[in-house]
Structures are given as structure tokens and as C-alpha cells.
Design a binder for this molecule. Structure first.
Ligand SMILES: [Zn+2]
Length: 130
């Protein structure tokens, strides 16, 4: 393995809880309503300083998805997953997006303050990882 280049983020961001590496901007949160086995998870437009695992098919509450595991590139901790493809057209908006499990990331952001203005997703939204 070569040297790891850590991208610094400008602004409020979420960090890896384990190694404090910056991962995603709070502005890039699409939804905070996702769920994973351990509780809450967030959907992000983009994340940095991660590496992805092998593609696999995974059955979620919202149907079959092709996903990749998302790992912290600094410490290797599993952080969540990336949606590569969704079978259901209703779920296609998640393609290319990242889910980070809330308990694995730390934030510098006071929760739930600034997202209310742009909730784009309905209540039926949950990318349950089963
Ligand atoms: Zn880390």
C-alpha cells in the first residue's frame, strides 16, 4: 500500500470516528432517514477519503441493489456502503450515492438543524441493510 492522501474538507463535515479522517460535508447529506442494522445511517451525495470493496448484490428493504462496501482509507474501518445500481426505478436516485452508518462517524455539526428546509425524500425512504 502506498501513501494515503487525505483530502481536507472545507466547512462542517463528518469524520471517521476511529481515526478522525474527514469523510463528507454536512452540505452533502441527502437524507438522514436511512437505517442500518445498528440504527441510523445517512445518505451522502459524495464522500472523500474512502475506498470501496467488491460489488455485490444485496437485498434491502427497498429491493435488490448492487452495492459496494465503503471503508475509511486511513484506518480501514467499514463505514457503510455505496449504491451502484438499483433494480427498482423508484430507488434509482440512490445510484452513485453513499450511505455512512451514523454510529461509525462523528460530526462537528449540531444535528437536524439545517436539513429541514430541503427534505427531498418521502417517509417511505429507508435503505435498510438486512
Ligand atoms: Zn478511519
Amino acid at each position: 500500500m502506498g501513501r494515503v492522501f487525505v483530502v481536507e474538507l472545507e466547512g462542517r463535515c463528518y469524520r471517521c470516528k476511529h481515526c478522525n479522517c474527514p469523510l463528507a460535508l454536512s452540505d452533502d447529506v441527502i437524507s438522514r432517514k436511512f437505517n442500518c442494522r445498528k440504527g441510523r445511517a445517512y445518505l451522502f451525495k459524495k464522500v472523500v477519503n474512502v475506498s470501496v470493496g467488491r460489488q455485490e448484490e444485496r437485498m434491502m428493504l427497498t429491493g435488490m441493489h448492487t452495492v459496494e462496501d465503503v471503508l475509511c482509507c486511513c484506518c480501514g474501518q467499514l463505514l457503510g456502503w455505496k449504491y451502484v445500481a438499483a433494480q427498482d426505478t423508484d430507488q434509482r436516485y440512490k445510484e452513485g450515492k453513499f450511505v455512512l452508518e451514523r454510529w461509525r462517524i462523528a460530526d462537528e455539526v449540531s444535528e437536524e438543524l439545517h436539513l429541514d428546509g430541503h427534505q427531498i425524500l418521502s417517509d417511505g425512504d429507508s435503505g435498510q441493510d438486512v
